[in-house]
Structure formats: structure tokens, C-alpha cells
Design a protein around this ligand. Structure first.
Ligand SMILES: [Cu+2]
Length: 349
């Protein structure tokens, strides 16, 4: 039974409403390359990839020193019992969860030591964003989910092959911004989409933004009435130039690389790929929001909205070079640019 159309829509509505109000909080996350069993080599990211059929997550606080020297406190989901205050071994974004078609997810949230807000915004949940799951497994407090720890059990069919997300659904405007998000990937071998072609490598990119004022505000603070991002991230890194990319991914020439864009940011964004001579490289979109397009689209630019995901693929040339996949974040109200609003990554082959 698909009971969850409501919660998916309500979640999407929240994201859009947040964006529209410019009171939005979303952030980004990323993923590891590794050939998905088919291509070998490649990589890499430092965000762990966990099998959702049997995983326990806790919640931890960790502090990052940003490029301008300011410290920002984040909350993240951590593998196993690493939760608490200190965040050793924990990452921003939270781990990637992977689930095969026909498998059953068994994801437990351990609330021991979890940093949290005072009542009425205490506790945390895990909401599978974009997946149809029973309401009881959806992690939405407004529809009855426990905020004091739970086990989430659900399965997915082949329609869902591709990229989705998960995030905390308690006081979402705050907790999402704090870093409580990660990629949720539904796998069918190395197939990029339901019925689609196979890839040799996969590279998950979690997109996010940071408004430091949200990280210190709690409760019903008026800070949440406006969103003023200062840091722009791909897989938790600022990537301010092609010489200091957020991430460098290595693949073999002539191979196919799937790039998964998981839009956990709170503003608009545009994804593009520049080649070594500065021209925009084309790529093909197979999925939007984790569902296959009826016909794939080959483009040189794609907008990724808050809460949206996109699965794209490139075929690398036969001679070695570097490409620079990049995300440009844009003002939600007027599409204007931000200072340092482009995050660069590098693809070596
Ligand atoms: Cu939370």
C-alpha cells in the first residue's frame, strides 16, 4: 500500500514554502564513487556509504571552521553509536544510505546523547524524502512519528531506481539547516534509472547552503523569517575554485560516470560542467526526483531546486583531461548571484 503521497507532498510543500518565504533551510550532501560494482576504481569522497537493510544511526554535534575562519555548529546522523557531542568519525553531510530494489530497509535511530532543541521542538526523526512509504515509517511528527527514536522499515520497487534523500522532520526549518540530511539511493545494479543504461562510476553530490544565524537560533526565533546563506557546499565542502575543488573524482577515459545531484540546499541552484578549455560540456538527465524521465534530456545546464534530486550521466572522452562539474547557487527571490556562490569540483580522467 502506498500511503504516503500525503507526506511526500507535504514535505515538498514545506521545501517550496520555505524557499518562497526565503525562510528556507536546506542543505546538501554527497556520495562516493566506486564503480557500483561495475567499473572499479574511481573516487572519491569521504562520506560513508551504508547499506540501508540494516543500519543504526545516532545524532551528533560537530563544529566546522569555514573558509572565513568562523566556526559553525552542525548536527548530523552518524553510523552506529558515535552520536553525542564531539562528532568523531561523523560527517557532513550524513552517510549515504543505499537500498536495492526489492530489499527491505531497516534503519534505526538511536537518540542516546543526541543534541536537541528544547520542547516543543525536541527529538529527531528520519524522513525518507521522495519515497512512498507507510505513514508509520515516514518520520513526520505531524502524522504520528515518534521523535524519541524509532526503527524505519519499508521497501521500494523498480520505479524508484535513482537518487532520493533523507532528513530529520522535526522543526525542519532548523534541523535540516543544521545538517541532518543525506542521500538515499535506490539501486538496480549499475542502472542509472528504471530501465535506463548502466554506468561505470557513480558520484553522489549533496548540495547545501549554510546561514549561520539558523545554527544558533532555536524555538520560534524571528531569525527563521529570512534566509541569508553565507556558505555554499557540495558534499560538505566549499570548493571555492577549480584549484581547490570541493571534491576530486578520478575515473578512466571513455567510461560512463553517473552524477547524482541531491538538492538539500535552501536556495535555487544550477548545475553545469566546464571542460578544460572552459566550454560547457553536455550531460544527459535520466531522472528527476528519483523517477525516470519518459525521454532522457541532453543539456549543458540544469536547475536543481530545494528538495529536488537529479541523476545525470556523462561519457568521458578517450583522451585524458579534467572537467569541472560545478553548482552555482542563486538567490531564491530574484535569481541573483551570491559572492562565493559557485562550488567547484573536479573530474580527472
Ligand atoms: Cu532533528
Amino acid at each position: 500500500m502506498k500511503l504516503n503521497q500525503y507526506s511526500i507532498r507535504s514535505c515538498a510543500t514545506i521545501l517550496v514554502a520555505l524557499a518562497a518565504l526565503s525562510a528556507n533551510p536546506m542543505t546538501m550532501a554527497m556520495h562516493r564513487g566506486g564503480g557500483g560494482g561495475g567499473g572499479g576504481g574511481g573516487g572519491g569522497t569521504t562520506i560513508p556509504v551504508l547499506n540501508a537493510t540494516n543500519v543504526s544511526l545516532s545524532v551528533s554535534s560537530l563544529t566546522r571552521t569555514m573558509s572565513d575562519g568562523q566556526n559553525v555548529n552542525f548536527w548530523v546522523f552518524c553510523q552506529g553509536g558515535m552520536g553525542g557531542m564531539g562528532g568523531g568519525g561523523c560527517t557532513l553531510p550524513s552517510p549515504v544510505l543505499e537500498l536495492g530494489v526489492g530489499q527491505t530497509a531497516n534503519v534505526s535511530l538511536n537518540m542516546m546523547m543526541a543534541p536537541q532543541e528544547p520542547s516543543p521542538y525536541n527529538g529527531h526523526t528520519i524522513h525518507p524524502h521522495g519515497l512512498d512509504v507507510p505513514t508509520s515509517e515516514d518520520g513526520v511528527p505531524e502524522t504520528g512519528a515518534s521523535v524519541n527514536g524509532d526503527t524505519y522499515t519499508f521497501s521500494v520497487d523498480s520505479r524508484y531506481v535513482g537518487s532520493h534523500a533523507y532528513h530529520c522532520h522535526v522543526h525542519t526549518v532548523k534541523h535540516l539547516e543544521m545538517g541532518m540530511y543525506g542521500a538515499f539511493i535506490v539501486k538496480d545494479g549499475n542502472r542509472i534509472s528504471s530501465g535506463g543504461p548502466t554506468y561505470d562510476y557513480e558520484w553522489n553530490m549533496v548540495l547545501s547552503t549554510v546561514d549561520p544565524a539558523y545554527h544558533t537560533a532555536t524555538g520560534d526565533s524571528t531569525v527563521f523569517a529570512d534566509y541569508n546563506p553565507r556558505y555554499y557546499l557540495v558534499n560538505g565542502q566549499e570548493g571555492l575554485s577549480t584549484g581547490a575543488p570541493a571534491e576530486t573524482f578520478t575515473a578512466a577515459t571513455g567510461k560512463k560516470v553517473a552524477i547524482r545531484l541531491i538538492g538539500m540546499q535552501s536556495v535555487n541552484s544550477t548545475f553545469r560542467i566546464r571542460n578544460a578549455s572552459g566550454s560547457y560540456q553536455s550531460f544527459t538527465i535520466y531522472n528527476k526526483d528519483g523517477f525516470a524521465l519518459s525521454s532522457p534530456q541532453t543539456v549543458t545546464s540544469a536547475d536543481v531546486s530545494p528538495g529536488q534530486t537529479m541523476d545525470v550521466m556523462v561519457t568521458l572522452p578517450s583522451s585524458s583531461s579534467s572537467w569541472y562539474p560545478q553548482v552555482t547557487y542563486k538567490n531564491l527571490r530574484n535569481g541573483g548571484s551570491y559572492s562565493n556562490g559557485t562550488v567547484y569540483t573536479r573530474l580527472n580522467f
